[in-house]
Design a protein around this ligand. Structure first.
Ligand code: FPP
Ligand code: MG
Length: 323
């Protein structure tokens, strides 16, 4: 099985330089703000997004200050979005620790997320790149749009298309931006930037489907509670597939109740059992494989380099990861 350290191998020095810069922005003289920033810094996660930016930059050139600033700004947007997401989803845990709103309060979580967005913009400004500014603003819009789409009961339908629209916006656009920003930072032409953007999008889709599969696995080590998606009103790909297989009005009614936040524990358990019985998890893995294959094909056409192999490894890790 592919390990994250294997993927990191190709960009160890660059990742250290990223971390120095990232940690330097996560401190402040104000006591409360500094305390929250330290909490955030202490659980930096797998750093999948900066890793992608560094790898994509290194396939086409040398990682430079522009690359690092791009990676820092996008990681800050990501961190802010998770703090806000835990408020929206009322989730108590993140990466094995209390979420910021649980450790402090909703007010502190919203405001510290806003503070991170402010530093993200500052880091974009330091590159002097209007193109990066455009990319980061558009990506932030997509993140919020995806979350709103997921919330909006009127627009919700129980389809593959609706699910894909949500995950493209809330997750894949950010991976896409990270890959594209890496290429932009080393002067890739527009066509190459577009290919990197697609690679990132396909990886992001795989990443979110895998995240949704984790929710069915009580033994998972991902550092957040499992079995939560349906409680939060989310009917994800494995369950959507099961619903389509049985085409039952009763189960469709249960799914609607889940989306409206009105399902009982028993309803949720019925839907979970149906999903497992109907092969929803296996189906979700098959969709991951389709998107991973598309990412590998695009990467194959990139110039030969040691880091290109790491990019393939990165895709494998996203598909196989247990954390
Ligand atoms: C996790 O999804 C959440 C996201 C991928 C995006 C969250 C985005 C926002 C709250 C919009 C805020 C926008 C900005 C620019 C700050 P999940 O809830 O399915 O996964 P989880 O299990 O990790 O919580
Ligand atoms: Mg969430």
């Amino acid at each position: 099985m592919m390990s994250i350290s294997q993927v990191r191998n190709g960009v160890i020095d660059e990742l250290n330089r990223f971390n120095e810069l990232f940690e330097s922005v996560l401190s402040h003289d104000d006591f409360l703000l500094n305390e929250v920033l330290k909490l955030i810094a202490s659980r930096k996660g797998k750093q999948m997004r900066p890793l992608l930016t560094l790898l994509c930059a290194k396939v086409f050139g040398d990682v430079n200050q522009h690359t690092l600033l791009s990676a820092v700004s996008l990681e800050l947007i990501h961190t802010a979005s998770l703090i806000h997401d835990d408020v929206v989803d009322e989730s108590d845990e993140r990466r094995g620790l209390l979420s910021v709103h649980k450790a402090y309060s909703n007010k502190v979580a919203v405001l510290s997320g806003d503070y991170l967005l402010g530093i993200a913009l500052k880091n974009v400004a330091l590159t002097g790149s209007i193109e990066l500014m455009d990319l980061v603003s558009l990506t932030s819009q997509h993140l919020a749009q995806g979350e709103l789409l997921q919330l909006d009961i009127n627009s919700k339908n129980l389809s593959y298309e609706y699910y894909m629209e949500v995950i493209k916006n809330k997750t894949a656009e950010l991976f896409s931006a990270c890959a594209k920003a890496g290429g932009m930072s080393v002067g890739c032409d527009t066509a190459t930037q577009e290919q990197l953007s697609r690679v990132g999008e396909y990886i992001g889709i795989c990443f979110q489907i895998k995240d949704d599969i984790f929710d069915y696995n009580p033994n998972s080590k991902i550092g957040k509670p499992t079995g939560n998606d349906m409680k939060e009103g989310k009917v994800t790909l494995p369950a959507l597939y099961a619903l389509k297989q049985v085409e039952s009005k009763d189960y469709n009614d249960i799914a609607r109740l889940i989306q409206q936040g009105e399902a009982t524990k028993l309803d949720i358990e019925k839907m979970r059992v149906l999903t497992l019985e109907q092969g929803g998890i296996e189906y979700a893995y098959s969709v991951i494989k389709d998107f991973a294959d598309k990412a590998h094909q695009l990467i194959d056409a990139f110039p030969q380099s040691k880091v290109k192999a790491s990019l393939h490894d990165y895709v494998e890790f996203v598909c196989e990861r247990t954390v």
